[in-house]
Design a protein around this ligand. Structure first.
Ligand SMILES: Cc1cc2nc3c(=O)[nH]c(=O)nc-3n(C[C@H](O)[C@H](O)[C@H](O)COP(=O)(O)OP(=O)(O)OC[C@H]3O[C@@H](n4cnc5c(N)ncnc54)[C@H](O)[C@@H]3O)c2cc1C
Length: 412
């Protein structure tokens, strides 16, 4: 049976390894950490089947000059990286038009349509269903104008079968009675669940992979080399040979692909989180987003996690948590929270493509090299679906017309 190495054990890599093992391949999963310790650790936990809108849009294009002043808590540009971000920004702006945006919405809707059922299946199989919170995701608007701006978004939800309900101030107070802030309107995405411990779910999926005969090895990967019979992957400890390699190292994937002379196509959208002790008798029932300030509060097993939106950087560099720190008063004025539980904010890297579509599929001119990264804001959501696509394609299933939108070759 074919020997396959999966590089990276975040949600995407673990699910690729798991689906390949289910098909009977001899799979080794390699990571420098234990599974689910980087971006897949500290996210907002939303299985965001409603994330059908690409970031690149005419609206964001018009907002960019004001966002770039770094006064809006929803976005921060890391100015020292501006020159190296220019090629990515150029491509991103090229996608800020209605045609590319509609194309992206159609592609994402197709990719996301089974994301919840795929997770549900794995949560059951891995005995981790207790982590699923099925109360939906609540998008909150401080005023009517903010809500009215979502008209097109709601139309797209309707067209693409995304379940939601419009809620008013009274409904919101009934759904989340302990909110401090009054919201005018909300969109309750009642079919969008969350998980209450993303890293534990990722580890449960890994345990399932191992129970199916898969191997997990810890090691820092330095490079990959094409050989006569396939590929060789090098860690500090050893060289490993395989017929195929799946690169699923999230935001670090370009560094590895560079060792086989492939260009970088992603930027990094950093996000931070703080963790608060819940107050007795004041539970938060479901994940909420304050769309005005751009933070998400999610009830998790270990406390209430407050995540920030986007800090755009070109590469890994030291944390600059100004954005999340500026959000602290907003967060505290939204929901009653106990003690903050972290010494410093957690930081993670969302690997983001200029067209907001992940990169999934074979690498042109590099037989046996597969790419599965660039999932941006949707990596937890899309891990299982990506795993199935990669495993099906490696098994010889033809790529269908809709999957073509995600192929690495679009950047060649
Ligand atoms: C604040 C925040 C909130 C988010 N909220 C959500 C959400 O609600 N829903 C959602 O779907 N997504 C969310 N995301 C995005 C999501 O977390 C990511 O898209 C997803 O985790 C990416 O998964 P991945 O497997 O591609 O990458 P990662 O989880 O980053 O995994 C990559 C793996 O590669 C390993 N690695 C890297 N370099 C090496 C090396 N040299 N050698 C060996 N191993 C290496 C790392 O250790 C890591 O385990 C959020 C992200 C952030 C930052």
């Amino acid at each position: 049976m074919k020997k396959i190495i999966v590089a990276g054990a975040g949600f995407v890599g673990v699910c690729c390894a798991l689906e390949l093992a289910k098909k009977g391949f001899d799979v080794t999963l390699v990571d420098r950490n234990q599974p689910g310790e980087e971006a897949s650790f500290g996210n907002a936990g939303i299985i965001c089947n409603s994330g059908i809108h690409p970031l690149a849009s005419t609206t964001i294009k018009h907002q960019l000059p004001s966002l770039a002043t770094n006064r809006d808590t929803r976005f921060r540009l890391h100015w020292p990286h501006f020159p190296s971000l220019l090629p990515w920004l150029g491509q991103f702006l090229g996608n800020c038009n209605d045609t590319a945006n509609s194309h992206g919405t159609a592609a994402l809707s197709y990719l996301l349509r089974h994301s919840v059922s795929h997770h549900r299946e794995l949560l059951h199989e891995s005995n981790a269903i207790r982590y699923l919170n099925d109360t939906g995701w609540l998008r909150l608007y401080r005023d009517d104008a903010g809500f009215e701006d979502t008209k097109e978004e709601r139309l797209r939800y309707e067209r693409n079968g995304v379940s939601f309900r419009i809620v008013n101030a009274q409904d919101i107070a009934e759904l989340e009675p302990h909110l401090i802030r009054q919201y005018a309107k909300g969109i309750w995405l009642d079919g969008t669940p969350t998980v209450t411990n993303p890293s534990a779910v990722c580890k449960a999926y890994t345990a399932l992979f191992i129970s199916l005969g898969g191997t997990f090895k810890q090691g820092t990967i330095s490079h990959i080399t094409q050989t006569r019979s396939g590929w060789e992957l090098t860690t500090q400890e050893e060289n490993m040979a395989s017929t195929d390699i799946v690169v699923a190292m999230g935001a670090s994937s370009p560094l590895l692909l560079k060792t086989t002379k492939l260009k970088n196509r992603i930027a990094i959208e950093r996000g931070y989180h703080y963790l608060y002790q819940p107050l007795a008798n004041k539970p938060l029932t479901r994940s909420i987003i304050d769309t005005h300030a751009g933070f998400v509060l999610t009830p998790m097993e270990m406390g209430i996690r407050a995540t920030s939106a986007v800090e755009l950087v070109a590469k890994h560099t030291r944390p600059t948590p100004r954005q999340i720190n500026a959000l602290i008063p907003e967060i505290q004025n939204t929901f009653p929270l106990g003690k903050q539980l972290l010494d410093k904010p957690w930081m993670g890297h969302r690997p983001s493509t200029p067209d907001s579509l992940p990169i999934i599929g074979p690498t042109p001119h590099r037989d046996g090299l597969w790419q599965a990264f660039g999932h941006g804001h949707l990596g937890l959501t899309l891990g299982p679906t990506t795993g199935k696509w990669i495993a099906d394609t490696i098994s010889g299933k033809p790529i269908d017309a809709q999957q073509k939108a995600f192929l690495p070759e679009r950047f060649e």
